[in-house]
Design a binder for this molecule. Structure first.
Ligand code: ADE
Length: 422
């Protein structure tokens, strides 16, 4: 049986250099690594991780290993792997890694199966594919699992659905819901890396373009603010009235996709939902329109519908497929509708992943304490403990050299009292 599956182990040298470069921007995770090295809180534990295999994830995996864990890693998306990083993880850090950029679906799932075969006691998911496969096909081994963590909005939604249906078999910590995760990673990370991915794939000027952002969650908010900052006329589409109102008051044009379809030059989906751009929209689009997705799964753009409307297709550039519709118009689909920021760019910068992965490392540690015993934690979705979230914010501020005020005794008393009024 294979103990790793990477594209080319010879790429390790470059991967190692880039892992070290990312580490410079990850001071919080670095401080956790130093403590883990001494205390070994994860000693002997088998950790099964399914994450985007990037330089930042490498730093997380190394931290977990320093904490004493036996880490097995696979990709959480077929297009997000950085092959040089996967090679370095195997060669320089001895971490069994199963990830190849561009792997087909069969290989993708065989890599998840490899992680499951490692008999994890803790799972660490980005999108809930390991948890889902474990529950569907390996129910017998879930009883040995202490708990898991989940990185992303889409994964948390899937897990909550499992909890609601009463099928979830072990506790999971929703890392995504920590403030030090979604307020920074989802907003500033996705905001920057999505634009980065689009620019690397297309090199188009965004100023003066009509950019349509589908979804105004934390990710959509981040991308919309960056698009506006680059001089684009920014349009938001939403199904949630409060979020739509917020987008309008943040200064964006808000309209249904049926109207936006006809005027958009560039479309970006970040909804977590299926078929957000579909047949009825494609047929209204201007020729030359560019469409891409920055949500977790490649279902937000109805690609089969786009194919069915098309007379021909060609590769216009790396990561750009140009579809010529039967009506003669051309539509450019980026990165096969997969996460644009991780497919044609490198994902979020290390500085935000620092906080996300600090939450992951500390949540894994949390699961190993008494709280992890089945007696205390039921098979439900849990928040990251508030103390962990606050500690990460404090450490990040410290690393940035930012000091803040603290409450005086008088202020504390005031906040705890109800007698004082006007
Ligand atoms: N998700 C988004 N950006 C990422 C990155 N750089 N590494 C791992 N997961 C990510």
């Amino acid at each position: 049986m294979r103990h790793h599956h990477v594209k080319n182990i010879g790429l390790a040298k470059e991967g190692l250099r880039r892992i070290e470069w990312a580490e410079r921007e990850m001071p919080v995770l670095r401080s956790i690594k130093e403590r883990f090295k001494k205390q070994k809180p994860l000693k002997g534990l088998r950790l099964g991780c399914c994450l985007h295999v990037t330089t930042e994830t490498a730093n997380l995996a190394i931290t977990l290993k320093e904490g004493g864990a036996n880490v097995t890693l696979c990709a959480s998306n077929p297009l997000s792997t950085q092959d040089d990083v996967a090679a370095a993880l195997v060669k320089d850090f001895g971490i069994p890694t199963y990830a190849i950029k561009g792997e087909d679906n069969k290989t993708y799932y065989s890599h998840i199966q490899a992680v499951i075969r490692s008999n994890p006691q803790i799972t660490m998911d980005d999108g809930a594919d390991v948890v889902s496969l474990l529950h569907k096909e390996h129910g017998d081994i879930t009883s040995q699992i202490l708990g898991g963590t989940e990185e992303t909005t889409t994964g948390v939604i899937r897990l909550r659905a499992m909890e609601k249906d009463g099928v979830l078999k072990y506790p999971i910590i929703a890392v995504n819901d920590a403030l030090t995760k979604h307020l920074f990673d989802n907003r500033y990370g996705t905001g920057q890396s999505t634009i980065d991915g689009i620019l690397r794939a297309t090199n188009v000027l965004l100023a003066g373009k009509n950019i349509v952002i589908a979804g105004y969650g934390w990710c959509g908010r981040g991308v919309a603010s960056r698009a506006k900052g680059l001089g684009a006329t920014t349009i938001v589409t939403e199904v949630d009235p409060t979020k739509a109102l917020e987008a309008a008051m943040d200064g964006f044009l808000v309209m249904p996709m049926s109207e936006a379809a006809a005027i958009g030059d560039l479309f970006i989906t970040l909804t977590g939902d299926i078929s957000v751009i579909r047949k009825e929209h494609f047929i209204k689009m201007k020729t030359g329109a560019i469409i891409c997705n920055s949500g977790h799964f490649n279902v937000e753009i109805d690609i089969p519908a786009l194919k069915s409307l098309s007379a021909k297709k060609r590769i216009a550039r790396n990561f750009v497929e140009e579809f010529t519709l039967k009506n003669g118009r051309k539509i450019n689909l980026l990165a096969e509708g997969r996460l644009i920021n991780l497919s044609s760019a490198e994902g979020h910068p290390a500085s935000v992943m620092d906080m996300s992965f600090a939450n992951q490392a500390l949540s894994a540690e949390f699961l190993t304490k008494d709280h992890g015993s089945k007696i205390n934690l039921e098979p439900k979705v849990y928040s990251v403990p508030k103390e962990i979230d606050e500690e990460i914010a404090k450490l990040k501020l410290q690393s940035m050299g930012i000091k803040i005020d603290s409450l005086t005794a008088q202020q504390q008393k005031y906040l705890n009292s109800w007698q004082e009024g006007t």
